[in-house]
Design a protein around this ligand. Structure first.
Ligand code: H79
Length: 452
């Protein structure tokens, strides 16, 4: 009895120490999680292109305009969607930009919240407000007469460049007759029967998309009006619907990768998707995840934001940071209504290309940083016994201090792409590297630290 008591005390003490240290020190970042074999290309690839393209691109006020500006269905359809005519859409150019930037996959909006189908859907109920025309790129716009299929064009261009192809699909649908656009970004079902029929038709559309384009990723969104158990007209989506949708996708396409937004926050789907945010080291999801990010304050083309893109450097550093935490990065472009890529997005992609050309080995197939905390100057990624030190803030005095990787011995340290071996000293767990006076790459210089 006494012995047991002692053990128990020791256990409690140990637990208390662990708890106390957990409170003060960030916990180990992204433990290596394993992914199923169908996700390996995705997890290793790390970097993809998101494309927001739809009738909203024509309006040029972001993809939420219909909800934000309370535009009626009729007005949205006749004054915006009916003018959408993306004759300058150039899938080959987009795929080339993605490939050059080092991206491994592309995810384009097949249907966003506005309910406009970017393909020639045959599912009856996705009609315009008169109930006569299909509310789709082919059925509703002047572009229809070209006989073109932009999703197919992009899929083919991706195949040509060796990129995987994925589709985005919004569960909420502001134009479908089953729903009325209620509060901000959310819709209300007109009846429970309408709900049942809409879900049936949504599945029919997804079947169409799988048959036509065989997407490698299905990226759901617009799932936020959910109730945990019984659906209501306002909260008409449920966790059970999300589980069912996930199962359905796998049944029609066994290898497909599906995000958590079949119904978010229940741990469903194959990966989590922090939107516009990168988890803090220490609170990284314990499973596959992908941060999606846009280059300005909108996803769909927004004229007024064309002059306020973030910097190329911040995109590169975010990509490295995400990789250092074991995540993926999905970077968005929002082409104009005529289909052209914006100058701002091209500029950033060109900058990323330049950096990736030299540094991509520090991104592809890497594991998370072995350290619990990031150094003041940047972050690390790791491949086997090689650490890649991503230095964002270059030291002023030509000396960079880094942490030793366990008790391992260093083989050599170089600047990525250079053969010159840098001098360094090791003292305990501290490695001091003599680095060039000026940063070789102001955006993110990668030092390759090889351990034995
Ligand atoms: O497609 C892009 C955006 O249009 C879409 N996701 C990216 C990838 C997106 N739509 N809405 N949002 C992102 C913001 C969501 C805001 C929310 Fe809410 C806050 C959802 C739940 C809380 C307010 C209340 C809006 C809906 C309910």
């Amino acid at each position: 009895m006494k012995k047991l008591g002692k053990k128990l005390m020791a256990g409690i003490l140990a637990a208390a120490i662990i708890l106390a240290s957990a409170a003060s020190v960030p916990v180990q970042t992204a433990k290596a999680y394993t992914v199923p074999s169908n996700m390996k290309w995705w997890a290793d690839g790390k970097f993809g292109m998101f494309i927001h393209f739809g009738a909203y691109s024509q309006y040029g006020q972001g993809e939420w305009a219909m909800s934000e500006q309370e535009i009626s269905k009729k007005k949205y359809q006749t004054e915006i969607a009916a003018k959408f005519n993306p004759t300058a859409f150039n899938a080959g150019e987009i795929a080339k930009y993605a490939k050059k930037a080092g991206m491994k996959y592309v995810v384009i909006t097949a249907k966003h919240h506005e309910g406009f189908s970017m393909w020639d859907t045959k599912v009856e109920s996705f009609k315009d407000y008169t109930g006569k025309k299909s509310f789709s790129l082919q059925g509703f716009t002047p572009f229809g007469s070209t006989g073109r299929d932009v999703l197919k064009e992009l899929k083919d261009a991706c195949n040509k460049e060796g990129l995987k192809f994925g589709l985005y699909y919004s569960i909420v649908d502001w134009n479908h007759s089953s729903q009325t656009l209620g509060g901000t970004l959310s819709s209300k079902m007109t009846s429970m029967d309408a709900r049942t029929n809409y879900i049936k038709d949504m599945k029919a559309q997804l079947q169409e998309l799988v048959s036509l384009y065989d997407p490698a990723v299905m990226w759901f969104d617009g799932d936020w009006s959910y109730s945990k158990k019984k659906p209501t007209l306002e909260k008409w989506w449920t966790k059970a619907d999300g589980q069912d949708l996930y199962k359905y996708m796998k049944s029609i396409s066994p290898k497909i990768i599906v995000n958590e937004r079949v119904c978010r926050s229940f741990g469903l789907g194959d990966f989590e998707c922090p939107e516009r945010s990168i988890p803090e080291k220490g609170s990284v999801p314990k499973r596959a995840w992908e941060t999606c990010q846009s280059m300005n304050d909108a996803w769909g083309y927004k004229k007024s934001s064309e002059k306020s893109y973030v910097s190329t450097g911040s995109i590169i550093r975010d990509l490295a940071l995400v990789a250092s935490e074991g995540g993926n990065y999905l970077l968005n472009i929002g082409p104009k209504g005529n289909g052209q890529m914006t100058a701002g997005s091209k500029k950033i992609l060109n900058g990323v290309s330049k950096w990736m050309k030299k540094n991509c080995v520090s991104i592809y197939g890497v594991s998370a940083s072995p350290f619990k905390k990031d150094p003041s100057w940047g972050t690390y990624t790791r491949k086997g016994k090689t650490l890649y030190a991503h230095v964002y803030r270059w030291p002023k005095k030509g000396k960079l201090v880094m942490k030793r990787y366990g008790k391992k011995k260093i083989k050599n340290i170089t600047v990525m792409g250079k053969s010159k071996k840098l001098k360094y000293t090791v003292k305990g767990s501290k490695v001091t590297v003599n680095v060039p006076k000026n940063a070789p790459d102001k955006k993110d210089t990668v030092l390759v630290v090889k351990y034995r």
